[in-house]
Design a protein around this ligand. Structure first.
Ligand SMILES: N[C@@H](CCC(=O)N[C@@H](CS)C(=O)NCC(=O)O)C(=O)O
Length: 208
């Protein structure tokens, strides 16, 4: 059975959990990796992922890390061409938004989130917090403008992996105590995602 390592607290682990729920795959979740009892620096863990980061999966004799790659692997394995289409154009649209989430969007929020939600002692510079919050709003405004033109979901008329990874990031943005830009299209799209049975546990206010 597929083995998933990493706590639900991690947004990248939640991408995999939500995708597993969408495809209906059975799995064993080792949620304590990253907790004091099972540090990611443990040799046993680093043998699986030398980056010492979660999520990691072990399935059918392979080990994979990088959350977006794992989501694509699951969609392909379970022939979910609705989540990750096979035509070059439709697939590229999904992957473009997934890559944007992992790069532009993710790098914008780190400082503000670590300071305001995790309250980490290494993130105490108020100027940096304000700059990160401003960058975060700015990239989210780009997503809102896209959703205003899009046909219901991020990559078109169909729910795809792009909505999973962007949806979790948008949820984190909503749940972080910054002065939020007014993003009506993000709001409607997120409400729509929250109505999915597979999504509800991962778009919960208790897990920003
Ligand atoms: N690019 C990686 C990033 C993974 C990542 O940043 N994981 C975080 C949790 S969200 C992590 O493991 N941090 C180290 C720690 O928790 O000790 C992916 O998408 O899987």
């Amino acid at each position: 059975m597929l083995r998933l390592l990493g706590s639900t607290r991690s947004i990248n682990v939640r991408k995999v959990l939500w995708t597993l729920a969408e495809v209906g795959a059975p799995f064993a979740h080792e949620a304590d990796w990253g907790m004091p009892a099972r540090p990611l620096s443990a040799p046993e863990f680093k043998a699986l992922n030398p980056n010492a980061m979660v999520p990691v999966i072990e399935d059918d004799g392979i080990v994979l890390w990088e959350s977006n790659t794992i989501c694509r692997y699951l969609a392909a394995k379970y022939n979910r061409i609705d989540l990750l289409p096979t035509s070059a154009t439709a697939r590229a649209k999904v992957e473009m938004w997934m890559d944007w989430q992992a790069t532009d969007l993710n790098t914008a929020w780190r400082y503000a989130f670590m300071a305001l939600v995790r309250q980490h002692s290494n993130y105490r510079d108020a100027t940096e917090v304000a700059a990160s919050a401003a960058r975060w709003n700015e990239v989210m405004m780009r997503l809102d403008a896209h959703l205003a033109r899009a046909n219901q979901y991020a990559a078109g008329a169909q729910f795809t992996l792009a909505d999973i990874v962007l949806g979790l990031s948008a949820h984190r943005w909503e749940m972080t105590p910054i002065a939020h830009a007014n993003l009506p299209h993000v709001k409607v799209w997120l409400a729509n995602l929250r109505a999915r049975a597979a999504a509800a546990p991962y778009l919960d206010p208790r897990t920003p």
